[in-house]
Design a binder for this molecule. Sequence first.
Ligand code: ZN
Length: 354
Amino acid sequence: MRSTIPIFDGHNDVLLRLFDKHSARVERLFLEGENDGQLDLPRARQGGFAGGMFAIFVSSEDAPDDLDDLMRGESYDVALPRMISAERALPATLAMAAILLRIERQSAGRFKICRNAKEIRSCLASGVIGAVMHIEGAEPIDADLNSLDVLQAAGLRSIGLVWSRPNIFGHGVPFRFPSTPDTGPGLTDLGKELVKACNERRILIDLSHLNEQGFWDVARLSNAPLIATHSNAYAICPHARNLTDAQLSAVRDSGGMIGINFATCFLRPDGQIDTNTGLDILIRHLDHLIQQVGVNCIGFGSDFDGAKVPEAIRDVSGLGNLRDALSARGFSDALLRQFCHENWINVLERTWGS
Ligand code: ZN
């Protein structure tokens, strides 16, 4: 029989996709489903998607129209957009947080913003989609951390200190291939203070998009498990966005977590965006991660609505094909449950407290 183990996922960008429509009805589009993008509620149910981190990401005005077009050829190095201020980032952040809150309110109990691990577990048991509010890039956070406290009260539980673009808290990795993640300076003094502030408030600090220096800054300063919500193994795909074996060991030693990213450019050994990519390559990353971090620190971080993923998955409704590939590889249902949601919920509990 086909496995239907629900998948809790480390990263998606559906809020940005909806925000970019500039329409008043985007919540209905998500709840009723639409023929666009990779994630909405009907397709989530079809694919056995139990929920995950819902990212709020503020686009740059000077960003290239299509990042994907620039990530081609044997090697590439995409210039990062300029810094954006909290004054510019905050209104867009509030708009995307509001979309998430309205989806919950209009969902008639089918979608819930979760603020602790217990709520995620109960969503999982009752078939409700459980969402965690996440910020990808701390641009909306001001130096006085006022917006941090207000956003936490609104449900924020996870922050990526940087997206790849630099900000007042630190420097990120460029979209560079092939390249190690050691691409420049790490956290600023304010960034180090933000790590402390997140620890005090028990907000998850996401390491995906940090460069290696920034990663080690967090590893040294943070008292929480080291978590990369949507990153892969550098040993298989030498992209600056992926994690070296030394970084993976640090994640393991902290009782942390890696969410395997479905983006083909972070999966394929040649770093290319090509949806004609077999799930065998994703399993190669999984096998390598098992070797490096063991079976307790691995989950998924799809990047749905933010990346081109293998055709075999295509969108959230295709998650069944991923489960099938894992079963065919010989993983037991107990192990599948760990990868699909248990490891995520356990590490969130260790991070947030119960
Ligand atoms: Zn990302």
